[in-house]
Design a protein around this ligand. Sequence first.
Ligand code: F0G
Length: 359
Amino acid sequence: MQWEGVIKHYFKYLPVTEKTPVVTLLEGNTPLILAKSISRRLGKNINLYLKYEGLNPTASFKDRGMTVAVSCALERGAKAIMCASTGNTSASAAAYAAKSGLTCIVLIPEGAIALGKLSQALLHGAKVVAIKGNFDDALKLVKEITSKYPIALVNSLNPDRIEGQKTAAFEICDVLGEAPHFQAMPVGNAGNITAYWKGYKEYKDMGKIDSLPRILGFQASGAAPLVEGYPFKNPETVATAIRIGNPARWGEAIAASKESDGLIEKVTDEEIIKAYKMLAREEGIFVEPASAASIAGIMKLDKMGFFEAEKGSAREVNIVCILTGHGLKDPNIAIKESSPPEAVPPEEEAVLEAVEFEV
Ligand code: F0G
């Protein structure tokens, strides 16, 4: 049986009716992969799982929210949708707009979005405008324009986005048969952390799970307003997806960490790149830098002794890290962080020498 997309699968949990014109690219149902090598580093009774959201149709978690936001916008009679984006939202909005026939307008910070994401938005036919400013400036403009004109805003300020994205929490619980003990994720504009926490709470209220996870959010240290407690005017990080200085869902992010007895911490670009390489080399999983922030965060907390009580206990402890976007989104970083291949003559000896192969 083919998977039918998140709206059909989780219909009764979403703001849709039989009349809603469902726009889907069959998003969702992403794998929850046991990270054997990283789990081993953490301790005997600790299972670290990777929710590989890069395997969604446009290669990020945004598709879960976009299927709901675009379907509902269409139902309300919208002719156009609009978003500000560090890249992934624009790629997703452009694809779902293409599928539905809606016009898509996206504002991006000039020169600050990864190549893969820009290529998606352009090829899907979105009207892409680069702003001489950052994401926060772009979002402010989108809010102003969509409040004046009949254009639906599809950033995560739109509640339909949150509704769709909460389905990832449902999937994790459906696979594990319970909520994980901890859930780690990168935080930018703070829509996704809001969505996951809502999803877990709803599943608990419905009696699908007995307990809630502790939510661990991670920001890049150059773009860490939620950690420092004030907006960043000029956010800077290698993880361009989360290069955001003033998250729209600030209050909800803090609430998710507090209510769940979790935290929001920061990780340096160096820690992010280390985790990025570790995922690629030890687990065979290619993510974009922002996604590696969740692993970097777990490694940092582990070093600080955060999991000591868990390690001593007899129970199995499940940690789920959300890997929000695929590595091919940002190929430039992957190449920059690797040694370029050596060119040699087309001869056996030269090849064996180049790879330092010893029999
Ligand atoms: N990871 C990736 C790969 C993202 O693209 C984003 C956000 C996040 C994490 C953070 O999620 O904003 O809900 O806290 N990207 C947005 C965009 C801002 O425009 O694509 P968040």
